[in-house]
Design a protein. Structure first.
Length: 141
């Protein structure tokens, strides 16, 4: 399965970065939730708490610079478009810089999803998880 709704005439380059981020937000959240559920059954309150830690703007923003070295030129271009997109407002629990970086990451996930590149999405998501775990381990020392 390349996409949930297989539509062959979708050109992700034609979408605005915020539209890509809109779908990328959902894709990223679903990946996080799936990963948490597959780690074992636990109360939904705990699942939600762990999911929020991974999907909040600061957590997403932190991985972007560490992810850039493994991205293709095309992916870097999408990332930059997402970072530079004019967002209407920034949530009160996020800094402007973090929100822009998180939007960049979500744009990339949306782009790859619409492109139908599930393999690359999985690779990047696993790398994001690895980076986030390393950051958690550093802060717990």
């Amino acid at each position: 399965m390349d996409r949930f709704l297989a539509q062959t005439d979708c050109d992700p380059k034609s979408y605005s970065p915020l539209t890509l981020a809109f779908i990328g937000d959902g894709v990223f959240e679903l990946f996080v939730r799936e990963r948490l559920v597959l780690q074992g059954n636990c109360p939904v309150k705990e699942l939600h708490k762990h999911a929020v830690k991974q999907v909040q703007a600061a957590a997403q923003a932190m991985v972007v610079p560490k992810l850039e070295p493994i991205l293709s030129e095309e992916e870097i271009s999408v990332l930059k478009r997402g970072r530079n997109a004019h967002v209407g407002h920034v949530p009160k629990n996020a800094s402007v810089a973090d929100y822009h970086a998180a939007t960049a990451l979500e744009s990339l996930f949306g782009y790859l999803y619409l492109k139908g590149d599930l393999k690359r999405l999985q690779e990047l998501f696993l790398e994001v998880c690895k980076i986030q775990m390393q950051d958690i381990e550093k802060t717990n020392l």
